[in-house]
Design a protein around this ligand. Structure first.
Ligand code: LLP
Length: 463
């Protein structure tokens, strides 16, 4: 690994430019356990290891960039969500965060259910042996074909998202001679404290049926009349990367209000309530997520209290965490390429991936951490911007972070907490090939999604 010196220029400007960062950490070699997966640490030589394997070996075996996913951590998080909610509730992992057949098998083994939102996710789930009755099917524009496949497969629930879909699902179920269990997704008018693009329960948006103006009540009225449907509950998802439980509190209050109205009007107590996902994780040391048992306790207490006040039997609760299970379990391993110090600004550190393997920084202004992982360094901190290799200046992976000033081409750096919505939102922009997902566990590495090849690209390009 060559360690050539940088061209002359300040490593660390005297007056730091504006940005999303706090003071440089006291020690750049320390890995904050908050943002790294469970089995990550440095070995005696200072090289970072995950699942018992050091990153140099991983890079040699699997190349870079690569998503390194800690199987033990994934299973532990899945188990802790499952355990926190206990047998009176269901945990549906949101497959959109990241889905592969290995993930489906691990979820199955750990007793979780699965939320899918497209025919592709459904196919992945079924091909890896997830029992259909443990699958929930979501989406604001499911095609007739997707609905038919889901009903035929016998999915445990379809989450209805519009008036049209109520009729469509009922019709397909009847045609297939069955009754489909459904929940109705409503928007409760809560806007979660998160980025505008990923907040979903306020009313001016494409998901769900608004509670306001009696629309949700009308949807339930219509669904209850249709023979092809068995209405089992109400669904609400208020947004993503949420730390504050007060949004859930308001949502639960309003959902339970609707359950009460349904009981009063139809004499039916719907048995289930789904509060969606959206629980936040730590991307940087400034984030303080709650533990699953605290979240479970808070949500269960809110629903129980609201139901007692409304004199309703407490429904079975379900939740759909995606990011909170898979997000912290993976990091992206990159090799450093070009390094460009800009006087009195910052140093641009280019890596061999970029916005095609992590679009979240460009899309949501998301913040990430980064560390030098192939060695330690005692050099001074340098304000860095980690950028990709794409033809776009918005191609930023980590906007502002401190890396050691002796960083050199060939060093390996890693961005933690990239398990959710990075591989699943990856693209082929500039015909850059999507990285593999490599599971590490007990000193072994296993490719669970292989690296894309140029042949893959050319196979789709039929001339
Ligand atoms: N349930 C429903 C109905 C959802 O729409 C979502 C996420 C989830 C559960 C899981 O949310 P989670 O626990 O993973 O936050 N691409 C964005 C996130 C979009 C989330 C869409 N729905 C991001 O990278 O932040």
């Amino acid at each position: 690994m060559s360690r050539s010196a940088h061209p002359a220029g300040p490593r660390h400007a005297d007056v730091l430019p504006e940005g999303h960062y706090s003071a440089p950490p006291a020690d750049l070699n320390t890995l904050d356990a908050k943002v790294w997966s469970e089995t990550v640490s440095r070995d005696a030589d200072g090289v970072v290891t995950a699942g018992g394997l050091d990153v140099k070996t991983l890079a040699e075996r699997h190349g870079t960039p690569a998503y390194i996913l800690d199987e033990a951590d994934f299973r532990a998080r899945a188990r802790s969500w499952r355990g926190a909610f206990g047998s009176d509730a269901d945990v549906f992992y949101a497959g959109k965060a990241f889905l592969s057949r290995a993930i489906v098998r691990w979820l199955h083994e750990e007793g979780l259910n699965l939320d899918v939102c497209s025919g592709g996710e459904l196919a992945t789930a079924i091909s890896a042996g997830m029992p259909a009755d443990r699958i929930a099917f979501h989406g604001n524009n499911k095609s007739t074909e997707e609905i038919r496949r889901a009903v035929e497969a016998g999915v445990g629930r379809i989450v209805l998202d519009s008036f049209q879909e109520i009729v469509r699902v009922a019709h397909i179920a009847q045609e297939l001679g069955t009754r489909q269990r459904v929940q109705i997704r409503i928007t409760v008018g809560v806007e979660a404290h998160t980025h505008e693009f990923i907040a979903t329960a306020h009313e001016d948006q494409k998901f769900g049926i608004p509670l306001a103006g009696g629309q949700a009540a009308e949807a339930v009225r219509r669904a209850l009349r249709l023979d092809g449907l068995e209405v089992i509950g109400i669904h609400s998802h208020i947004g993503s990367q949420i730390f504050d439980m007060s949004g859930f509190e308001v949502a639960a209050h309003r959902v339970v209000g609707l359950l009460k109205d349904i009981r009063d009007e139809h004499g039916v107590e719907l048995p289930e309530i789904d509060l969606g996902g959206g629980l936040g994780i730590a991307y940087t040391s400034d984030d303080d997520p709650r533990e699953p048992h605290e979240i479970a306790k808070a949500l269960t207490e809110i629903v129980t209290r609201e139901c007692e006040a409304a004199k309703l039997r407490t429904p079975r609760i379900s939740v759909e965490p995606g990011r909170a299970i898979v997000g912290p379990t993976a990091f992206t391993l990159y090799e450093v390429g070009t390094i460009k110090p800009l006087d009195n600004l910052r140093t641009y550190v280019s890596v061999d991936g970029g916005m095609s393997d992590n679009i979240r920084t460009a899309l949501y202004d998301a913040e990430y951490s980064v560390a030098l992982v192939s060695r330690t360094s005692d050099a001074a901190p340098m304000l860095a911007r980690v950028v990709g290799k794409h033809c776009e200046s918005g191609d930023i992976v980590v906007k502002d972070a401190f890396l050691p000033a002796d960083l050199a081409p060939g060093d390996l750096i890693a961005v933690p907490a990239t398990g959710a919505y990075c591989r699943s939102m990856a693209s082929n922009y500039n015909h850059v090939l999507r990285p593999p997902v490599v599971a590490v566990h007990d000193g072994e590495s296993r490719v669970i999604v292989r690296r894309e090849t140029e042949e893959d690209l050319l196979r789709l390009d039929v001339g």
